[in-house]
Design a protein around this ligand. Structure first.
Ligand SMILES: *[C@@H]1O[C@H](CO)[C@@H](O)[C@H](O)[C@H]1NC(C)=O
Ligand SMILES: *[C@@H]1O[C@H](CO)[C@@H](O)[C@H](O)[C@H]1NC(C)=O
Length: 175
């Protein structure tokens, strides 16, 4: 006959085994989870586009950033860092990247958003390279996990172009 102690021990062993199995399965499911985030960015307005006193091209624009990053959130997600970058080619550099906006998404409840914003960081380029420039807007993200490796990916949106001519700061924008 099994003593009570033996049975309790057997039960505990079984419980630990099940727990380990559940952990392995959740971990696997996290790895198998293929996120399918979506993003759409519209350039609503170019406030101004001009040369700075230093002679660099500078742009101020309004953006409408809509994204659904809910699928990046799993049980193992602490938070997600996102940034929107303008990426373009110039004669000098085959790849230029300028961060225009960024944010931290603390939870899944905040992962579906639509924001209307001007560029938070300066969109400028040395010299006169930006007139009529084709560029991409790329939404990059870094998933910060509770345990394990950080994950990074992006969505590239192409087909954006800056105006051919400089635009002065309008009276309304300057006010
Ligand atoms: C921003 O873009 C989304 C998706 O394209 C659209 O539904 C929304 O009306 C836009 N908001 C503004 C202020 O333009
Ligand atoms: C912009 O996006 C297009 C299409 O994805 C890509 O071929 C091109 O290399 C990108 N340009 C830059 C400067 O990243």
């Amino acid at each position: 006959m099994h003593s009570f102690g033996f049975r309790a021990n057997a039960l505990l062993t079984f419980a630990v085994t099940v727990l380990a199995l559940i952990c392995t399965m959740t971990s696997l499911s996290d790895n198998l989870n293929t996120p399918s985030p979506s993003a759409d960015v519209q350039v609503k307005d170019i406030y101004w586009f001009q040369k700075s006193t230093k002679g660099d091209d500078e742009v101020s624009m309004t953006l409408n950033v809509t994204a659904n990053l809910e699928s990046l959130f799993t049980w193992n997600t602490k938070q997600v860092f996102v940034f929107l970058a303008a990426e373009y080619e110039t004669a000098k550099n085959s790849w230029n990247q300028i961060s225009l906006w960024d944010g931290i998404i603390p939870s899944k409840e905040h992962a579906k958003f639509s924001i209307h914003t001007t560029n938070k960081y300066r969109f400028s380029d040395q010299g006169s390279n930006l007139r009529g420039k084709d560029y991409n807007l790329t939404l990059h993200w870094h998933v910060m996990p509770k345990t394990g490796k950080m994950l990074a990916d992006k969505i590239v949106m192409s087909g954006y172009r800056l105006p051919e001519e400089y635009r002065r700061r309008s009276a309304a924008a300057a006010a």
